[in-house]
Design a protein. Structure first.
Ligand code: GLN
Length: 452
């Protein structure tokens, strides 16, 4: 299935032995931390000292982390057992893990299909029962879309809830780390462990929310926003639409009120993202120059030639496409035409959400327009980019969102995720709605071929 790129047996056994000893001596595990003894694995864009952090790229194939990312360290300090590093789309560019330089990850529900991406390894590992919890990152949908494709609880918190220190940057104003799990409580407990201010990331906020606090409250009295235009969106398959409508009805039956809300500028989100994302990626990836970091093509006498050959060979096609796009978009004369308007779109979308949340506590929509597709089925970049039609506007606004499994599609028999979104720093709202849905659908199962 190829979810893992590297396993950390030694560290795992060492951490497990420590926990065993404490259990034997009668210590209450909750004193150690909220993740005591929980097997966890990390997307390969997260530094863990002594492991490779490749971002699934030839560029970083031989890079060994000299330090540990704050989000990873927080899990370890909370008692987690580190299992290793997980496959992803190269530098998190993609929606299928097909752009990984080390080969794709397969979807545990159907090995002929993609697990989604870019956090495909993180999603597949949880869906196959190989890890209890994993961490992924989401810049435009990379936690929620694979969560939907693999039937896992997949959370992209509000921007600033989790430190980005030590996570290899794609789009610094969009990236956010979050957990994959098979239960809402596991996801909430993990977020408790990894959230909060970090002096090493000035965008991280002093969040001390207990995300498990209102899981038992039920949906009664909640206002759930539905965006009618999204439910009629072109490309949304009938089976996904039916499942999302059914989930909304379940929340209504549990006492929630369904209200219609509008996000009128959301149709510009995709265009804005494919300006802002590549611009930020272009800047962030300039550090991989074969001197400070990354693959160094041997035998060049001049530095220019070394840069050119190393970057041409080190980066795969999708990474090169984003770099070239960002380079063009930030060039003189072009910048004003694209980057600046994209930032204005960002302000409009953020304002749309603020208005919508005057009428509701949570917004509900599909996480992905369809269930998992087959390898190679989507080959042109533009169609692949449409995988994120329901996820991107959230990153643009910086709000919280999650994909919650709501059963299997009637046509494909594959997992469907309903997306629950929260206002900024009100992530507990979506956890509450998710817990109410879990009452109906049960905890996310391990994919049948891997169960038992
Ligand atoms: N699929 C989107 C992209 O290719 C989102 C990726 C992400 O969230 N990292 O950019």
């Amino acid at each position: 299935m190829h979810a893992f790129l590297e396993t950390t047996e030694e560290a795992a056994f060492e951490a497990a032995e420590k926990i065993d000893m404490l259990v034997e001596s009668g210590v209450d595990l909750s004193i150690i931390g909220p993740m005591a003894g929980v097997p966890v694995a990390y997307k390969d864009n997260m530094n863990l000292e002594g492991t490779h952090t490749t971002c699934s790229s030839r560029m970083l194939e031989n890079y060994v982390s000299p330090y540990t990312a704050t989000c990873v360290r927080n899990t370890l300090e909370a008692g987690a057992i580190p299992l290793g590093k997980l496959n992803m789309d190269e530098f998190a560019f993609g929606s299928s893990t097909e752009t990984s330089a080390f080969g794709p990850t397969r979807n545990p529900w159907d090995l002929e299909r993609v697990p989604g991406g870019s956090s495909g390894g993180s999603a597949a590992a949880v869906a196959a029962g190989l890890a209890t919890v994993t961490l992924g990152s989401d810049t435009g949908g990379s936690i929620r879309q694979p969560g939907s494709f693999t039937g896992t609880v997949a959370v992209k918190p509000t921007y600033g809830v989790v430190s980005r220190y030590g996570v290899v940057a794609f789009g610094s104003s969009l990236d956010q780390v979050g957990p994959f799990a098979r239960s809402v409580e596991d996801a909430a407990m993990t977020l408790n462990a990894i959230s909060g201010h970090d002096p090493l990331d000035c965008t991280s906020q002093p969040v001390d929310t207990d995300f498990t606090a209102n899981l038992a409250e039920g949906a009664a009295g909640m206002r759930i926003g539905i965006v009618p235009a999204f439910m009629e969106a072109e490309g949304l398959t009938a089976e996904v639409k039916a499942k999302v409508e059914e989930a909304a009805e379940h929340l209504r039956a549990a006492g929630a009120e369904l209200v219609e809300v509008e996000l009128p500028n959301a149709q510009a989100a995709m265009s804005a993202y494919y300006v802002l994302g590549p611009c930020e990626a272009f800047s962030n990836l300039s550090r991989f120059d074969s001197v400070r970091y990354g693959y160094c093509d041997p035998g060049h006498k001049d530095l220019g030639g070394q840069y050119e050959a190393s970057r041409a060979k080190g980066f795969g096609p999708e990474a090169r496409r984003r770099i070239m796009l960002g380079s063009y978009l930030l060039s003189a004369g072009v910048y004003d035409k694209y980057y600046y308007p994209a930032q204005q779109v960002r302000t409009l979308i953020t304002a749309d959400y603020t208005r919508a949340y005057e009428k509701c506590d949570v917004i509900m929509m599909p996480a992905s327009p369809r269930t998992a597709f087959k390898f190679g089925e989507i080959s042109d970049p533009t169609s692949m980019y449409l995988s994120d039609m329901f996820t991107i506007s959230l990153n643009i606004a910086g709000n919280g969102g999650m994909s919650m499994p709501c059963g299997l599609g009637a046509d494909t028999g594959l997992p469907v995720g309903v997306q629950l979104q929260s206002p900024q720093f009100r992530d507990e709202n979506m956890f509450r709605a998710a817990a109410a849905l879990e009452q109906v659908y049960g905890k996310a199962p391990v994919a049948p071929a891997f169960a038992g």
